[in-house]
Design a protein around this ligand. Structure first.
Ligand SMILES: C[S@@+](CC[C@H](N)C(=O)[O-])C[C@H]1O[C@@H](n2cnc3c(N)ncnc32)[C@H](O)[C@@H]1O
Length: 314
């Protein structure tokens, strides 16, 4: 879909007096490009990647207490962590976006192709326990039952910057495509909260998508498209609850991590070659972005594993 049209449609939904999110969700499921099916396998693949990073860093998921920032509408990531043996997952969202019907569609898709679930997760998760947990998940008929069996605690509306969780009660703080949607001050507060809630060998792992999200559905624009606009212009186009993007570049995320006292254990930027080439050939960047290198500007995925400050000596 043309990105400007999509931005206009999103803005139109914000004018509704009530039920903006429900109406937008319904419109997306009825007319949107991803309307027909829920596919949890992309998220399970993402989960496998995160689990592998944690394993390599000496923090296996099995038996761990996980905290997720930014649940969204489904529970694919918490379910993935459960399947990999997490003891519990507490997942926070500022908005109550969870769709029980979508959760169950996802669970049915996983249970309809158990072999694919096992193939996706078994390289990084203990295989025996995995099959048993999958069977347990598949016998759940309702979302509440899924959450009970998987020991998933959904908290919304709730701010991940102020969790109310006891000190040192979490082993892994994680998120998937969330940090780019959070204003810088709140981002700092979430990382500072990690300093407090993570246990002795705890780690924070965040998968960030600094690309222009309109490019996900509109192949006519590059993932750096939004870097041609000033903040004021971008606000006019996309300042709504679904499209807010902080447009922070990788080096700016690094500065926030440093300010919050996090020690980086893994820094994995993925550069989009087409965007880099466009920048090198004169893509019209807004002056506020011109200070960054082409590699930094065209980083479209950034995975960061960090150890909070209070834990660095341990
Ligand atoms: C793009 S969604 C990602 C959802 C999910 N992780 C996924 O990949 O499908 C970002 C989510 O982060 C939530 N969020 C934003 N700020 C937050 C905060 N301070 N605390 C908790 N959740 C927050 C939003 O409400 C939204 O549901």
């Amino acid at each position: 879909m043309n990105w400007r049209l999509k931005a206009r449609i999103q803005r139109a939904f914000t004018w509704l007096p009530f039920f903006q999110e429900s109406a937008y969700y319904l419109a997306q499921r009825t007319f949107g490009p991803k309307r027909s099916t829920v596919d949890p396998f992309f998220m399970l693949q993402g989960c496998a990647e995160l689990v592998a990073y944690l394993q390599a860093a000496g923090r296996p998921v099995e038996g761990s207490r996980v905290m997720e920032v930014g649940t969204g509408r489904a529970l694919d990531m918490p379910i993935g962590f459960f399947l990999c043996g997490a003891a519990s997952v507490v997942t926070f969202d500022l908005h109550r976006y969870l769709r029980p019907a979508m959760v169950m569609e996802s669970v049915r898709a996983m249970c309809g192709d158990r072999d694919r679930v096992l193939k996706t997760l078994s390289p990084v998760c203990p295989r025996n326990g995995l099959a048993e947990r999958l069977e347990s998940l598949c016998s759940a008929l309702k979302c509440k039952e899924v959450m009970r069996r998987a020991n998933i605690d959904y908290r919304a509306p709730a701010d991940a910057a102020h969790t109310g969780l006891p000190d040192h009660s979490i082993d892994i703080q994680m998120s998937y495509t969330v940090f780019e949607h959070i204003p810088p001050n709140t981002l700092s507060a979430i990382l500072v909260e990690a300093n407090r809630i993570l246990a002795g060998d705890g780690l924070a792992l965040h998968h960030i998508d600094p690309s222009d999200h309109f490019s996900h559905d509109d192949p006519s624009i590059l993932p750096i498209n939004f870097l041609q606009f000033s903040d004021a212009e971008w606000d006019r186009i996309a300042a709504n609850q679904w499209a807010y993007h902080n447009r922070l570049r990788a080096t700016e995320f690094a500065a926030i991590y440093e300010e919050c006292g996090h020690q980086i254990r893994l820094w994995k930027p993925h550069v989009d070659p087409r965007s880099k080439e466009a920048i090198e050939n004169g893509f019209p960047l807004h002056p506020q972005f011109q200070k960054h290198s082409p590699d930094v500007l065209s980083t479209v995925v950034l995975q960061v594993l960090s150890k909070p400050s209070s834990l660095q000596s341990k």
